[in-house]
Write a protein of this length. Structure first.
Length: 380
């Protein structure tokens, strides 16, 4: 993830992708030890399209106030690398400790009910905690918490699915492929990982993301800690309930029943919340743009273009056609910074919350200057 600004920032930016890549490769090496290199290849091939679908959904939610690509990529990379790596080894260590202290019978239940939910949700959520501590100004609303969390969860699912999808394929390949039971087992495994639970980890950590986003809008340290912990505890509980369904009782359909009774409603609620937040964010931005023009933060002729996603997209395409990719990226960055300023201006007017307003105004001015310079570059 991005490191703190100013001293050492360049070194941190260079070190972060290297260490994240190393952690991901270490996680994949562990997976290869479980299912073999062929299993990793099959799992990777199947995991990529599922991950693209999930990550794309969260990026779509973020269209009004697009976060910096580097930070969005960092959220995904954190989930795929460090969160996965730390979960693997912490679970193994804690499992060995519990087995030694209490016995393997107890450990067989304790790991999925407690160890797995706690370690996975904590490690996925650490990226959000970092944002809250070091980049709180970039969290402008609840939707930001959902987007960052969803991408971290998508990254975690990407690495995890290499194991589960690869195992399903290799198990089938090692069996009698003409056997009906083997085909059914493969179909059930693929259905579970591709259809039922591709949004599971993003959904769980999105609950934590809501808590962190709510905490970002609070002034007191106790309130921030309270909202953050509340979101994390709800995520851990939901995760534990899901894992319990795979263990409890002799009903092989219990996990599917729980999915329909608990996970689907939770997913639908989160979906409705995300769509409402996205729609509200768009309306808030459009309503605040005329005031930004009056104050000189944006040009009056830009109001209509910034208030419509289709027109924004057309402006980026036109910038790319006339001046190249750098100009299109600069145009998109300016659109995002102007949106963030519109949201902060609305908060300052309605709730008296001026935190980060001046800084955001400067960021918007800098982004506009960079856009104009990039657009003018083709004319020179």
């Amino acid at each position: 993830m991005e490191t703190t600004s100013r001293p050492g920032r360049g070194r941190g930016r260079a070190l972060w992708p290297v260490t994240a890549g190393a952690a991901w490769l270490a996680s994949v090496a562990w997976v290869a030890g479980q299912i073999g290199v062929d299993g990793v290849a099959a799992g990777l091939l199947l995991s990529v399209p599922v991950t693209l679908l999930v990550a794309g959904a969260f990026l779509w939610l973020d269209r009004w106030e697009r976060e910096r690509p580097r930070r969005l990529a960092s959220a995904f990379a954190w989930g795929a690398s460090f969160a996965a790596f730390c979960s693997i080894w912490s679970q193994a260590g804690l499992q060995a400790l519990v087995d030694t202290a209490v016995g393997t019978g107890f450990g067989a239940w304790f790991r999925p009910l407690v160890i797995t939910p706690v370690t996975e949700e904590v490690f996925k959520g650490l990226f959000l905690v970092w944002l809250l501590i070091y980049r709180r100004g970039r969290i402008t609303g609840l939707l930001d918490g959902i987007v960052y969390a969803g991408l971290a969860g998508a990254g975690f699912s990407f690495t995890e699915n290499i194991l589960y999808l690869g195992r399903a394929v290799t198990t089938f390949a090692a069996s009698d492929t003409s056997d009906v039971n083997a085909v059914a087992l493969l179909g059930a495994g693929l259905f579970l990982r591709v259809v039922m639970v591709p949004f599971f980890h993003p959904l769980m950590v999105a609950v934590s993301g809501l808590g962190v986003a709510a905490a970002a809008g609070r002034r007191g340290g106790a309130a921030r800690a309270g909202f953050t912990l509340a979101g994390l505890l709800v995520a851990i509980t939901l995760h534990g309930v899901w894992d319990w369904a795979g263990l409890a009782g002799s009903d092989p359909l219990l996990i599917y029943k729980l999915y329909g009774a608990v996970m689907v409603p939770v997913f639908l609620v989160m979906l409705v919340v995300a769509l409402v937040l996205r729609n509200r964010e768009g309306k808030m931005i459009a309503a605040a743009l005329p005031a930004l023009a009056r104050d000189g933060h944006i040009a009056p002729e830009e109001v209509a273009a910034l208030a419509d996603l289709g027109e924004r997209r057309r402006r980026r395409r036109e910038a790319r056609r006339r001046s190249g990719r750098a100009a299109a990226r600069a145009t998109g960055r300016y659109q995002a910074e102007a949106s963030a300023l519109a949201i902060r201006t609305t908060r300052a007017r309605t709730a008296g919350d001026r935190d980060g307003l001046d800084e955001q105004a400067r960021a918007t001015a800098a982004a506009r200057a960079a856009m104009l310079d990039a657009l003018a570059g083709s004319a020179r």
